[in-house]
Design a protein around this ligand. Sequence first.
Ligand code: ZN
Length: 253
Amino acid sequence: MISRMRSLCFLAVSLFVAAAAFGQDKPFHVLAFYSTHVEKDHVDFAMQAIPFFEAMAKRDNFEFKATSNWDDLNPIALKQYQVVVWLDEFPSTASQRIAFQNYMEQGGAWLGFHIAGWMDSRETWPWFADFLGTVFYGNSWPPLPATLNIDDPSHPTVQGLPTSLLSPANEWYSWKPDPRQNPDIKVLMTLAPSNYPLGFKDTLAGGDIPVTWINKKYKMLYTNMGHGDKIFADPKQNRFFENALLWLGGRRS
Ligand code: ZN
């Protein structure tokens, strides 16, 4: 009887361990795209982002691979990955765009940094404009730190963060229309009114300028941070980047 109880206990513990491993630590696979022939500040960001996420992958038990070959944005390669990251660049060919669209519509996840959300006009790629929920409108210059307000402190990606944080020097974008007006978009961080006017050569004068949001129709998160070599200088913001990727990988809900 005792040995039977022991084996039942063993079985229960094994099942618990297996369930915990499945729910918490099941490795997921991330493919990050970057480019080396773009604006230097964007290359600098990518060169810091890659080791940041590699270290995180070791800590949090997932696989992280980075490539500058955007033709890996194809249906066969993407099958192996649960999350795609764009480190300051975007696809340039029709087949790369279609592969990404299909990947997202079939349940893939995306984390986009800074110029990953840039387009010269909606007509360039209308699907992406709907996916992002808006189109680039303007920017600040030179790069400056800015205070960000957290819109919903209960969201898994901002848990553990204060309700506002000073984000390191970045080039900040504005958007048209305001993504907050789109019912599919949930804004997570917004430039605080105290920042305005933001910039000297190019100025964001004021208004509602979200910097981080999700489109509830997809597993996606866009964040405007990503210009230059200061982005990873703030531990609180780094925690957000880590939360965001874990959330997209299914580890936070
Ligand atoms: Zn930039």
